[in-house]
Design a protein around this ligand. Structure first.
Ligand code: UD1
Length: 338
């Protein structure tokens, strides 16, 4: 299998979690760049409708070895982008073992099966949560990892597995550490459809459209400019494009593995985000001050120097109002389908 894969200039990419929010945007970015794609998703959080009909779709689990081997063969898979996983920080605090199972144990099965089958490239959806509550203003990849919640640990463990497997020469990999992903495809082809979303921008837009009564501000006494939590919000399409560039870099330099932050390098507080939603929707959200949420750091902002230099990544949508506008357009589309 290995020889076959290496001879093909554009091998098929298996996108796990390709029916989910970020995965579906990655599928679009891959297709837009001419990459053949197949999707594996168990539809626990994703939607079948998020995957175009011309993309081979497998409904199943990342931990199902036999299914993985069948997909690798049938689709001539030459690279994996692994998005399938659990992503809600407070849930990880309440249900740590579920997070270790889904994000670490299942990732182990996927990595092991891929390595045995000779799949040479692996791109992993990691997170800024691996840094915990860093003491620096902007976090670089050299900042020590010290997760403060099981979600961050579950992802960091998978990063470590990938490092060791790559060191052993079985594949090369790229771990992309996402900061706060938001927005939707600028052409309206995809967006975040998550039911019961907990992420700030999605929650605020649902409230703006009357799907919720109010928005809670989790923590108003942080050591930040206005007391609310500060995050680096990155547009999902810029993130998806980063994955395609990472794939190309892995293929070009098979001896090299990479770990890179994905953020814009500037932070917005919860209140600033809510202000942006108010401006874009021409509305006034009902805001309710609430306690801090378990597992939340005060501030988390990327130093994106490495990804810019290594991949020549040039974000197109580095603007909070654009992110909110695209997310709003998608949410309105979801309302039409309600
Ligand atoms: C977390 C991870 C991030 C990961 C993402 C994946 C951390 C530090 N970050 O993002 O790396 O990519 O999950 O899902 O673990 N907030 C409110 N009210 C709300 C919702 C959120 O005030 O209704 C606040 C939060 O307290 C936080 C900010 O908004 O300060 C962003 O929260 P959220 O959108 O949930 O993302 P993170 O937890 O930061």
């Amino acid at each position: 299998m290995r020889t076959l894969i290496r001879k093909n200039p554009k091998p098929s990419v298996l996108v796990t979690g390709g029916a989910g929010y970020i995965g579906s945007h990655a599928v679009l970015a891959l297709k837009d760049s001419g990459w053949p794609v197949a999707v594996l998703d168990n539809l626990s959080a994703g939607f079948r409708s998020a995957v175009a009909d011309d993309v081979p779709f497998y409904n199943g689990n990342v931990g199902d070895k036999d299914l993985l081997l069948r997909i690798f063969e049938e689709q001539m898979i030459g690279a994996i982008m692994h998005f399938a996983g659990s992503v809600v920080v407070p849930h990880s605090v309440a249900n740590p073992l579920a997070y270790y199972h889904n994000n670490t144990v299942n990732a182990h099965i996927l990595i092991e099966t891929a390595a045995r089958a000779g799949i040479p490239h692996f791109i992993f959806s990691s997170t800024a949560a691996v840094y915990g509550s860093p003491l620096v203003d902007r976090v670089s990849e050299e900042t020590p990892c010290a997760p403060i919640n099981p979600y961050g640990w579950s992802k960091l463990m998978t990063e470590q597995m990938l490092k060791d497997v790559s060191f052993a020469g079985e594949m090369n990999h790229c771990a992309l550490r996402y900061f706060n992903v938001a927005g939707a495809d600028p052409d309206g082809r995809a967006g975040q459809s998550t039911v019961g979303a907990t992420h700030l921008i999605k929650v605020a837009i649902e409230a703006a459209l009357g799907k919720r009564d109010s928005v809670a501000i989790f923590g108003t006494d942080y050591d930040t400019s206005d007391g609310s939590g500060v995050r680096d919000y990155i547009h999902v399409t810029d993130l998806a494009v980063a994955h395609v560039l990472a794939l190309e870099a892995l293929i070009e330099q098979p001896e090299q593995s990479l770990t890179m932050n994905c953020g814009y390098g500037r932070g917005f507080s919860v209140l600033e985000v809510l202000d942006a939603v108010d401006r874009v929707t021409n509305n006034k959200l009902v805001r309710i001050a609430d306690d801090r949420r378990a597992g939340d750091p005060a501030t988390l902002i990327a130093d994106p120097t490495k990804i810019r230099e290594t991949l020549n990544w040039r974000p197109q949508f580095d603007n909070l109002e654009t992110i909110v506008r695209h997310a709003l357009r998608w949410e309105r589309k979801l309302c039409e389908n309600c």
